[in-house]
Each structure stands twice: as C-alpha cells, then as structure tokens.
Design a protein around this ligand. Structure first.
Ligand SMILES: [Zn+2]
Length: 402
C-alpha cells in the first residue's frame, strides 16, 4: 500500500471510496466511461480527524501521474504531481481557507472564476475549500451555481465538520465522505512510526487529544503544549472560593490566548515575509516602480486586516479546545461515577478524577458539563470571554463549599 492515503489514520472505509473514485477518474481521463467519479465532494468528520488531509490525498490521487494501472496506484506519493500536491504548489490545485471569519462573496467569486479554467497539466482542475461551513449565505449562492454546472474537468472538494453545517442546496449536490474519530491506538501508532515518539508518550498524547491528530502531535512533541493542558486540567481542583473562580477564569483565558498568539505569530510572519518579497520590499527602494510600491502598501494593509480577523478566530478556537479538555475531564468523572470500566481520556489524572467522582454526585457532574457547554455557546455568540468563563467556573465550583 503506502502512497498518499497512508497518512489517513483509521479511515479504511473512506479511503476505499476515494481510491475507487480516483481509479474511475483516471479512466475518464483516458477516454473511458469511468463511472464512480463526481464533481463535488464534501469531506466531513470531527475537527482533527483529517478532513483536509483526506481531501488533499484525493487531489493527489486525481492528479497523480505515476505509472501504475491499478486503483491502488493512484496517488503513488512518489511522482512529480503527488509531490507538488504535497507541498501545496500544484498548478491545478487551489487550496483555500476563509479570509477572516468567513468566506466573502468576493473571495468565493474569485474562486469560481479560477475553477472555471481548464487544467494546466491536462487532468483535473481542483478547488479544495477548507472550513466550507464558513461560507456565508450570499457566498454560498455564488458557489452553488458553480457546483450545479461544473466544467467537465473541475472538481470541488469541500471540508466541513458535518453535513448539517452546509446549506442543503450545496450538500445535496455533493457526495459525502465521512471520516470518523480515529481510535487512540491508531493515532499513537502513527506518532511512533512517523514522528519517532516513544510509545508511552504517544498513547498519552493520542488519548488526551481525543482523536484530534494535529493536537496529539503537538502534545507529544511540545512540552509547552503539555504544560498548558496541565494548567487547564488543574482548574477543577482549584475552585475553593469565589475568588478562586475569578482567578481560574483569568488563567484559562490567558493560557488559551497565549497558545493562539504563538500559532498566529508564526503564520503571520511567513505570510508577511512572502508578501514583502513579492512587492520587492527589503531590496533597495531606488528604481522601484511607484505604482508597485503603492500596490504593496495596499496589499500589506489588506493582509494585516485578514490576519487580525484570523487571530480572533484562532483565539476563539483555542479557548474552545481548552473547554473541550475540561468537558472530557468531567466526562471521565461521570464514567467513574457510573462505574463504567472504560479507559479514561485523562488516564494520567485518574487519582484526581476518582476522588472527585467519590466527592460529588452524577447530577453535579452533569450540571458542570452543561455549564461548560453553555460557556462554549456564549463564546460562539461573541460574549466577552472573561465574563462567559467566569460564569462557568462559578458553576464548576464544588457544591457545599463556602
Ligand atoms: Zn503520484
């Protein structure tokens, strides 16, 4: 096996569907009937399950020019096309993320226009839409027209958490590929084989990340990420009085902001450097075309605006991940209270979890879990983070204390 699909952890069923479609697509390109290929695909699955990796692997399989003739040979992982897809510079693959919090009509129209062109290298013209659930309704209409009447060799790959996140008119025109949450053992094995993580650490990270592959890798490889997680999980045990709740809320908001800032800074730096290179800044200003300089300033300003709204989004996602960690902690407490002999997400904190399970009732645990979910909803509705999180920590506080 091997090839571009090898990285999709625990997704045998989806991989089977994609391999068959890629084989049918190759038949079409060769002038055959090629039944089984579709122009619009929707990749769904929980965050971190590898939606965009799956879409990218499929793109490679479609564009692959490896010599094999079998279905399993599409997406060989060795040829020039597979390599270009892997590094994100194949001329026939356009990979897009929303500029800011959502796709604008302008951005979507630009893409539709781009997608209408014939493929450069003669196979397919592919547009990979990350976070397609962030298409605004107006933008969705622009997209819908393109999906309804696709040019013969254009393929749309949309990624979203679940089919319900897409407006029905778009969803109904897509073939849905569902990825599942990969089992912790499979994620751990991948971390060990690919990243050389020791098995114990790999299993800890895979469990703690709850099937989120990227997060599992960060947890396994970065001590700072592990420290932040420990910080979040120390909250349940720290809520003695009202003052502690306020402090814990502050800490949670601060920790997730730090994590987001680190991620944002890295992204911004690369982009800004790229843009400056394009517009020739940093070289001697002399002899530079004045129009180009003006254009550069405009583009830089536009980039800064986009980066700012992305920073907001990353901050929100980062806090949400921290809340999911907390929710998993209480889910473990509940599992112990119900005596379910299951493996805990936070196996490393079993003693603490068992103590809390003994010292409270399942009703308490459910009430706390609801408080976390309510906090997530309020954050999604743009409530001030400190206020929303403080309301939550106050509810998480042990009953019968103070
Ligand atoms: Zn290939």
């Amino acid at each position: 096996m091997g090839g571009v699909f090898a990285d999709l952890v625990g997704q045998d069923q989806a991989v089977g569907v994609l391999r068959r479609a890629a084989a049918a697509a190759a038949e079409t390109v060769a002038g055959g009937r090629g039944t089984g290929m579709t122009h619009a695909w929707l990749f769904t699955g929980p965050p971190g399950s590898g939606r965009s990796s799956a879409a990218r692997a499929f793109a490679a399989a479609l564009l692959c020019d490896g010599p094999g003739r079998q279905a399993a040979d599409r997406g060989c992982g060795h040829c020039e096309a597979c390599h270009l897809v892997g590094v994100g510079s194949h001329p026939d693959l356009t990979r897009v993320r929303p500029e800011g919090l959502s796709y604008s009509v302008r951005q979507t129209r630009d893409l539709v226009l781009k997608a209408a062109g014939a493929p450069t290298l003669g196979k397919w013209r592919i547009v990979l839409f990350e976070d397609a659930d962030r298409v605004t309704e107006a933008a969705a209409n622009a997209l819908l027209k393109a999906i309804e009447e696709p040019p013969a060799r254009t393929v749309w790959l949309l990624c979203a958490p679940s089919p319900d996140d897409m407006i029905i008119t778009i969803r109904s025109r897509c073939r849905v590929v569902t990825l599942r949450t990969p089992p912790a053992e499979a994620v751990a094995r991948m971390l060990t084989e690919r990243d050389g993580v020791p098995p114990d650490m790999a299993l800890f990270a895979a469990r703690a990340a709850q099937g989120h592959i990227g997060r599992a890798r960060r947890l396994a490889l970065d001590e700072e990420v592990r420290r932040r997680r420990a910080d979040v999980l120390s909250i349940p045990g720290s809520l003695g009085g009202v003052g502690d709740c306020v402090v814990a809320a502050e800490r949670l908001v601060k920790t997730s902001t730090e994590e987001a800032d680190a991620a944002t800074a890295e992204l911004n730096e690369t982009e800004t450097a790229e843009l400056r290179k394009v517009y020739g800044e940093g070289s001697s200003g002399k002899g530079l075309n004045r129009g180009l300089v003006r254009g550069g300033a405009g583009a830089l300003k536009e980039l800064e605006t986009l980066q700012k709204s992305r920073a907001t989004r990353i901050k929100r996602d980062s806090l949400d991940l921290a809340l999911l960690d907390l929710a998993a902690f209480y889910r473990d407490v509940l599992a112990v209270q119900f005596g379910a002999g299951v493996e805990l997400t936070n196996e490393d904190r079993r003693r603490e979890i068992e103590a809390l399970a003994r010292g409270s009732s399942p009703e308490d645990t459910l009430r706390r879990t609801r408080a976390i979910m309510r906090c997530r909803e309020r954050l999604a509705a743009n409530v001030n983070p400190q206020i929303a999180v403080e309301a939550m920590t106050l509810t998480l506080r042990s009953p019968g204390v103070g």
